[in-house]
Design a protein around this ligand. Sequence first.
Ligand SMILES: NC(=O)C1=CN([C@@H]2O[C@H](COP(=O)(O)OP(=O)(O)OC[C@H]3O[C@@H](n4cnc5c(N)ncnc54)[C@H](OP(=O)(O)O)[C@@H]3O)[C@@H](O)[C@H]2O)C=CC1
Ligand SMILES: CC(=O)[C@@H](O)[C@H](O)COP(=O)(O)O
Ligand SMILES: [Mn+2]
Length: 412
Amino acid sequence: MVDVMSRPQPDLTIAEAPDARPSAAGQMSLSVFGATGSIGTSTLDLVDRAPDRYRLVAVTAQSSVDKLIEIALKFRPERAVIADDAHYATLADALAGTGIEAASGRAALIEAATMPADMVMAGITGAAGLEPALRAVQGGGRIGLANKECLVCAGSLFMAEVARAGARVLPVDSEHNAVFQVFDRENVGRIEKVILTASGGPFRTWTRAEMEQAKPSQALKHPNWSMGAKITIDSATLMNKGLEIIEAFHLFPLEAHQFEALIHPQSAIHGLVQYEDGSLLAQLGAPDMRTPIAHCLSWPERGTAPSARLDLAALATLTFEKPDFDRFPAFALALAALKRGEGAPTVLNAANEIAVHAFLAERIGFLDIAGTVEAALDAAEKRGLLKEPGSLEAALELDSETRALTRHIMAA
Ligand SMILES: NC(=O)C1=CN([C@@H]2O[C@H](COP(=O)(O)OP(=O)(O)OC[C@H]3O[C@@H](n4cnc5c(N)ncnc54)[C@H](OP(=O)(O)O)[C@@H]3O)[C@@H](O)[C@H]2O)C=CC1
Ligand SMILES: CC(=O)[C@@H](O)[C@H](O)COP(=O)(O)O
Ligand SMILES: [Mn+2]
């Protein structure tokens, strides 16, 4: 069972740790991990609109070398890192004579997270982002956390490190950023619950029989948000909302049962906090990640973002539904993993990453994603693998063992 008292109180680390403010010159030094992705692109769009405000330290990518070169030449960071070594020569040739360092490989990616920066945007997808994000945390500055899998894979130890290093985690994920904006830290004891909204994804109204036939191209059509492939599939299975409940549990000092999800197809309201006096505070905005990212980049002040303004009269109707656990079993699996605690969320996350990848490659069907994750959790439990990973090494080992186990399950 999850014991709220046995984990670090992240609220204190957000509210009371020493402030890591932008440098005195008024310029904020910023590293963008996952610079070529959806979060990276939105972040750099904001930088582009206020170039005097930012100084880029490191930008990173996995293998999109041409895009990384374009970013490096435009934003002139100190260093550009491509995780896949095969692209090093291309990167180094393009940056030769520019004064921008080129680096490659996993070790270089992690090392770049130790470069001093006022803020590090953690925009890598999946558990691959855990180690760089953790290294950034250890620097004691601000972390804009988009990479929710970090917290699902190793939330307790991640937040313990945040507290130890005096770092600040600013939640970028739209729902968590919304909750962060309306979460009254002075009155945590008066909070009844936190509600994360979910669009319901492209299959919100589909039957299970229809979902069984769903193709990646259909699952990749998110009704409201434009995002990377992995999170878009997670939205379609509702695993995204399950991962987000686990993420919220680590970010906000409430008990597991105080986090709920509500289907809200318009994605206008992103998160709500309900108080004991009956007040329900919400944050609304158009579905554009530049709003939560701008909030994090400027916090505790207010920045600007070019996101469309919500026209409530044009929207006219906001609707809500309860999540359907039968049609979206991935959501139930994530809640069960949070309740089970210890290594279960780590296993859930790793198995899901492998299953989503297999679905995108058309090796398994849409409903097999949740089926595979469930089988991996069962197998891990039987093998006694669900122990709390007490260190980064233990979390990475459990992540890796689960990936092997999941591949084995899918091959059987
Ligand atoms: N997109 C969104 O609107 C939102 C995203 N998030 C979260 O933010 C994170 C990023 O999502 P998103 O931007 O959509 O993802 P994308 O797939 O668009 O981008 C992922 C980025 O991470 C890099 N990357 C991928 N794998 C690795 C790896 N193994 N090592 C190093 N770098 C890697 C990619 O490089 P390359 O281009 O070379 O592959 C790319 O720069 C996810 O955790 C997601 O859940 C949360 C809320 C909203
Ligand atoms: C933009 C963002 O934060 C995503 O996590 C988004 O919420 C996904 O959409 P769903 O609500 O469909 O999961
Ligand atoms: Mn989200």
